[in-house]
Design a binder for this molecule. Structure first.
Ligand code: NAP
Length: 293
């Protein structure tokens, strides 16, 4: 992905990584030789892990960005900003005003809006974008998965089954289940859902991670017949899937949307490798250009 950006901009100085901000760096009080600034779009464990790694480097600066969805967030180490940018145009303005050189999109696999916006904004400014999407969970032996494309499909399925449902999809999409009058729902989220809720439900406000014993006990205590889950991937919420496997509980698994048109990497280490290669190459190009003068 980075190669694509570089093939379009073959020889470039560090301070020219962002061609638009270069012209205003002086006005913004930044030296042309200042270290590159990275925007890290976060909200995931991987983004926090990346922040921890980047914080120890002196060849770059970074700012972690959050949507501001939860009222008591756990912010990572380093500089943080909170709140939407105001669509593509707002993001472009932010990238310019903050002299951002590289964007790392480490948002959740189901966060399509911010990923599409960052792709468009970076393309317009000619900025490199490193996209991190952790691998999806794969169905294992003894998993009883019913895979669906949309939340509406999941709602229709569990309502038809009329059982007791553990709804573990966060709070934003709970409204898709509002018309399910024939099933009972245990809705688990970090904060209470605000929209319309299904008629029969109980809300459980909890923040993970949860261990396997806790998850198995929860499924037993509430006599759960079906779990509804997003295929989020990662280890943070996987224990409910393992618990379902052990207890033979069916899982209605919402498949992932497509986040990026360009390819993405799957691990924090791969992001660091790509970023380091990008910055090293930039420094070398800068040196060659200086020598050629
Ligand atoms: P989304 O649907 O892709 O984004 C909706 C809007 O929220 C974006 O257009 C943007 O507003 C703002 N936004 C999203 N992520 C942002 C970020 N990191 N920094 C600044 N603004 C951001 O996003 P979402 O699915 O609601 O997720 C919001 C945040 O929660 C993300 O950071 C994501 O990593 C985290 N998260 C999401 C889930 C999930 O299941 N969706 C789970 C865990 C964590 P503007 O257009 O105004 O810029």
């Amino acid at each position: 992905m980075i190669d694509k950006w570089w093939s379009e901009r073959p020889s470039i100085k560090l301070s020219e990584l962002n061609p638009i901000s270069h012209g205003i760096e002086g006005r913004l009080g930044r030296s042309p030789d200042a270290v590159p600034r990275i925007l890290l779009l976060g909200g995931t464990g991987e983004a926090a892990e990346l922040a921890a790694q980047l914080a120890s480097r002196n060849d770059l600066e970074f700012i972690s960005s959050f949507a501001g969805r939860v009222s008591c967030p756990k912010y990572p180490i380093g500089a943080v900003r909170v709140g939407g940018f105001g669509g593509i145009e707002g993001l472009i303005s932010y990238l310019i005003m903050e002299s951002i050189s590289v964007v790392i999109d480490a948002t959740h696999p189901f966060s399509v809006g911010i990923s599409r916006n960052s792709e468009v904004a970076c393309a317009r400014l000619g900025l490199p974008l490193i996209a991190l999407v952790r691998p999806a969970w794969q169905k294992q032996k003894n998993d009883l998965w019913h895979e669906v494309i949309t939340y509406a499909d999941a709602a229709e399925f569990v309502n038809r089954k009329k059982g007791r449902v553990f709804l573990s999809i966060g709070r934003q999409e709970v409204g898709s289940f509002a018309a399910c009058n024939d099933a009972w729902f245990l809705i688990r989220a970090i904060e209470a859902p605000t929209g319309q809720l299904p008629r029969h439900h109980e809300i459980l406000l909890q923040r993970g991670p949860f261990d396997l014993k806790e998850e198995s006990q929860l499924l037993r205590d509430y006599s759960i017949d079906h779990i509804v889950s997003k295929n989020s991937g990662g280890s943070g919420t996987y224990t409910k899937i393992e618990a379902a496997r052990l207890l033979g509980t069916p899982v209605v698994m919402v498949q992932r949307p497509t986040k990026h048109t360009a390819s993405a990497v799957e691990t924090v280490d791969q992001v660091v490798t790509e970023l380091t290669a990008l910055l090293t190459r930039t420094v070398q190009d800068g040196k060659q250009r200086k020598e050629a003068r």
